[in-house]
Design a protein around this ligand. Structure first.
Ligand code: SF4
Ligand code: SF4
Length: 455
């Protein structure tokens, strides 16, 4: 450990009960055998080469807290918020350490002990986690207001007159990264129930997500289209709730549980063959509703059915032997693939997106070096740790450019945005950022266009 943490115990605070690291099943903390195999895969360790910024170092701190040797302090809080939660360590670990559970428990402990608390932080957390991301209609209203601000020319005008130059540097940087809100959200692009194109083989539900719905609604539309092409009747509930991954990863397990119950009420898991998600981060969390609600007598059994039925879209398409498209929307393009951390490390879905990409006529998949290394997006990491996020983003963009690809595909809205901004900042807007399912939907649409032309 390069910097020992203070051992002085902080006074108990309101709401801190018998939970957190001290109450965690100790066998989870004991899994780590300190072999160090995870170190070369950990982006924060690679950035700093400091043991405390490694999985092994963080687990040692957590265990020390559970043993009562250290306290949950501000330093510990900062350490755990420096961790990306990318779960690359879980793929590398030969002992099968359940880092996801350790990470979420540690962050919940930090929030309950309020060691990072400031009035501004508390306000932002309440606004984002408790207000906006628990009210789908409010989120859409805010999205619509942002759209108006962008489309009315006000944003361009304010940028032209240099008003943003008066902001502190951090806010200036953030303003430049404001993503473009879509004109139509998912509910206007897909009906609540869509029939398959051809005989019905399955009935599935589609989750539209929060960020995905507002910034990448075309991906939700494409998801429904490829499902219809593959014999699925698709149920897409209106005004969907957030899945709660943002809450679970940011130390608010109670809100995460509440949102999980709402999801189960919204889509009765018994009524469908599969529940489909197309965002790696959401999918990784949605598959763990069984553990999240294990102690809830009303929901535990249904949560188990839910978890069994959640499928990432790529996983589901391969499972049902999706139909390979015949026509190419564009000829002879090179495509590369950036793996979302929570898709490859969290859900271990590695080959399926590639199988879809390889099926695209006219496209050649060229692998990107370190394709599973985090791009620095990691939820809101690029807002909370801008320097490390920018460094990881620059490394990722350089690797993508090395491939000479025309298109880079990825499967998480955070990564999608991070790559778009990174490529734009590197003055490389020639590389399109896309999603395997979006490309597959395009290929199917091209087939339909050819069929119509031949008639
Ligand atoms: S989750 Fe990612 S950043 Fe955190 S310890 Fe594991 S590999 Fe390192
Ligand atoms: S690879 Fe696993 S067991 Fe080894 S140090 Fe890392 S977390 Fe511990």
């Amino acid at each position: 450990m390069s910097t020992p943490l203070p051992t002085k115990a902080i006074p108990a605070k309101l709401g801190v009960g018998p939970h957190g690291l001290a109450a965690l099943d100790y066998s989870i903390l004991q899994q780590c055998m300190h072999c160090g195999m995870c170190l070369p895969s950990c982006p924060t360790y690679l950035e700093t080469k400091r043991e405390r910024h490694s999985p092994r170092g963080r687990i040692a701190l957590m265990r020390a807290i559970a043993d009562g040797e250290y306290a949950v302090t501000r330093e510990f809080g900062e350490e755990m918020y420096y961790c990306l939660g990318c779960l690359a360590c879980t793929t590398a670990c030969p002992a099968g350490v359940n880092y996801a559970e350790l990470f979420e428990t540690a962050r919940a402990d930090i929030e309950q002990h309020r060691v990072l608390d400031t009035p501004a932080r508390r306000g932002i957390r309440w606004f984002a986690l408790r207000l906006v991301f628990t009210r789908p209609r409010l989120l859409k209203v805010l999205g619509r207001l942002l759209w108006l601000y962008q489309r009315s020319g006000v944003q361009t005008l304010l940028r032209k007159i240099g008003l943003f130059s008066l902001l502190p540097r951090r806010l200036r940087e953030l303003e430049k990264q404001t993503p473009e809100v879509r004109t139509q959200f998912s509910d206007s692009l897909v009906k609540e129930v869509e029939a398959p194109y051809g005989p019905k083989r399955h009935r599935v539900a589609v989750l539209t997500g929060c960020v995905q719905d507002i910034l990448f609604s075309e991906i939700n539309h494409a998801t429904v289209e490829v499902l219809r092409e593959n014999g699925c009747e698709v149920f897409t509930p209106r005004n969907q709730y957030c899945c709660g991954s943002l809450h679970a990863h940011n130390g608010d397990p109670e809100a995460a549980k509440d949102l999980a119950r709402r999801q189960i009420e919204m889509i009765s898991p018994e009524s469908v063959d599969a529940i489909i998600t197309n965002a790696g981060g959401c999918g990784s969390h949605l598959k763990h509703y069984d553990t999240l609600l294990a102690d809830d007598p009303r929901y535990a059994a249904r949560a188990r059915i839910w978890s069994n039925k959640v499928h990432d879209i790529h996983e589901w398409l391969v499972k049902i032997s999706f139909r390979k498209p015949k026509e190419a929307p564009q000829q002879d393009q090179v495509i590369t693939y950036h793996e979302s951390c929570h898709l490859c490390h969290g859900q271990k879905i590695v080959s399926q997106p590639r199988e879809i990409l390889r099926s695209l006529p006219g496209m050649t998949l060229r692998e990107c070096a370190q394709s599973s290394h985090c791009c620095g997006s990691a939820g809101i990491y690029n807002l909370t740790q801008p320097a490390t996020a920018a460094s990881l983003q620059a490394q990722k963009v350089a690797r993508i450019r090395e491939t000479g690809a025309h298109v880079v595909a990825t499967s998480n809205p955070g990564c999608h945005l991070q790559l778009q901004i990174g490529l734009r900042d590197a003055d490389d807007s020639m590389i399109e950022v896309s999603q395997p399912v979006l490309l597959l939907a395009r290929a199917y649409a091209e087939e339909r266009r050819h069929r119509t032309m031949k008639r």
